[in-house]
Design a binder for this molecule. Structure first.
Ligand SMILES: Nc1ncnc2c1ncn2[C@@H]1O[C@H](COP(=O)(O)OP(=O)(O)OP(=O)(O)O)[C@@H](O)[C@H]1O
Length: 453
């Protein structure tokens, strides 16, 4: 028989912490705030109420002592519930000094964390038994909850002048050493890398376009440039393709890398040189650190769980999501705007959590047709505009539309938003049957025919 186990908590530590705040007053309470102590960390409900009263007082800059805390509890109708003056007296006499407060805080956090782990463990067991739930959904939810628990230890985010000077100095050293080379991962699209500085960790990049403008192609091109670079070492990349299956994607990748026209391949009309190029591309892809997941219906939480696992298993340094609104909404009853806002927020949170750049493809509605797109075209949710660090529209202007051929088109990458740099237009060449974007040949010269190696 399993022995009955005691829920982890310590009334003595809770009393000592509250007692230390009574002794140390505002200063001690500020120390609690800095360590992100919340009332839910307390097991005892009375202690929760007392701590909430203390929080309310410090929030208004008012002093903290037995009288003020008692008055606050009376004003919220909780004075009797905590046990009145007797409890406040007991708490204020619990310790003589506030000097051990950091110890009480850490001890309180640990017992709270144990209770949370037990709760999440129980939830996991419950949802594993629940046949109405997809096990992946339960796993994603629990993974995120457990990750959030890991974040509960307050980190020091405060920097003084000394820290700031050191940080700016270090960044300047790196920039000077790079001699104008982008700080982030090079996409291979030179003007984009110059304007945006490549893809940086913890940043979200939106590539948005109307249907058929080349969203997937730009994702494939950048991913390919990273995993099979022209120079330097390969950068492991993840690709979540909610739209296209991995078979189609593998062919696009091979055509992109070998510069083989897919239509010629389909017609069985490939020169021996091109056949060799294609085979070489297959060899390069075979060794490339690219990880594609083509699950088609994932919620934002499941996306995060998958990408987290890609990072842990394969060490990916960047993730591509093709495309945002194909995700399954977490809350099916919420408005579309709220659903998309949740997707966008989760992608931003993921870039911060995993410390990698997140490149998100985004579909624009038909009403953006026939004109230059603008930020408000990301209308399904204003939060995409807000959350993204860089927003780039893939646009085909009127002139380009007229000169477009079956194989070849000109596109403008409109950098519409950049938090830390200029905005502007970047011309690109789109080689359609190769799913390939490249730097625009300004001289209108012939399309380069050689492959990437
Ligand atoms: N084999 C091919 N030959 C010629 N053009 C092609 C070929 N394959 C794709 N295209 C063109 O490339 C464009 C599609 O590229 P891509 O799939 O990258 O765009 P997208 O914006 O992701 O499209 P979607 O709306 O399907 O998400 C379309 O204009 C399509 O006509």
């Amino acid at each position: 028989m399993t022995p009955t186990r005691k829920i982890p908590y310590s009334i003595e530590v809770e009393q000592a912490l509250l007692g230390a705040v009574f002794v140390g007053g505002e200063e001690a309470m500020l120390e609690c705030c800095e360590a992100c102590v919340c009332s839910t960390w307390f097991y005892n409900t009375r202690h929760q109420l007392v701590f909430e009263a203390m929080l309310a007082l410090i929030g208004k800059g008012e002093p903290i002592d037995e009288i003020t805390v008692g008055d606050k509890l009376k004003s919220t109708g909780n004075f009797e519930a905590v046990g009145g003056d007797a409890t406040l007296l007991e708490l204020s006499n619990a310790v003589d000094t506030s000097s051990h407060l950091p110890y009480y805080i850490e001890s309180l956090r640990k017992t709270w964390l144990r209770r949370q782990l037990i709760e999440q463990g129980n939830r996991l067991i419950e949802s594993a038994y629940d046949a109405t739930k997809e096990p992946e959904e339960s796993l994603g939810t629990i993974q995120n909850a457990v990750y959030a628990l890991g974040e509960s230890k307050a980190e020091n985010h405060l920097s003084d002048g000394h820290d700031l000077a050191r940080m700016a100095g270090m960044q300047a050293d790196v920039m000077l050493k790079r001699k104008g080379e982008p700080m982030g991962l090079c996409t291979g699209l030179d003007d984009f890398d110059k304007m945006v500085g490549g893809l940086l960790p913890k940043k979200t990049y939106i590539f948005a376009a109307r249907p058929g403008m080349g969203k997937s192609a730009i994702g494939i091109t950048i991913a390919r440039n990273l995993v099979v670079p022209r120079r330097g070492s390969a950068i492991p990349a993840g690709y979540l393709s909610l739209e296209m299956g991995s078979e189609e994607l593998s062919m696009r990748l091979a055509c992109n890398l070998s510069r083989v026209d897919y239509n010629m391949l389909k017609e069985g009309d490939l020169s021996p040189t091109k056949r060799t190029d294609f085979n070489q591309a297959l060899t390069a892809i075979d060794r490339a650190p690219i990880y594609i997941d083509d699950s088609s219906s994932l919620t934002p939480l499941q996306v995060r769980a998958k990408v987290r696992s890609m990072k842990h298993r394969y060490g990916i340094k960047v993730i591509f999501i093709d495309y945002l609104t194909l995700m399954e909404p977490t809350d099916k009853k919420a408005s579309r705007e709220q659903q998309v806002a949740d997707m966008s927020r989760q992608m931003k949170a993921m870039s911060k959590e995993l410390e990698i750049p997140v490149a998100v493809m985004c579909q624009l509605g038909r009403d953006a047709q026939g004109r230059r797109p603008k930020q408000s075209d990301l209308r399904e949710s204003g939060s995409i505009e807000q959350d993204a660090d860089v927003i780039a529209f893939i646009h085909r202007d009127e002139e380009a539309e007229e000169s477009e051929s079956m194989r070849f088109g000109k596109r403008t990458l409109i950098i519409e938003k950049q938090r830390n740099g200029p905005v502007g237009d970047i011309p690109l060449t789109f080689l359609k049957p190769m799913s390939l974007f490249e730097n625009y040949a300004r001289e209108d010269g012939p399309v380069q025919e050689e492959c990437a190696f």
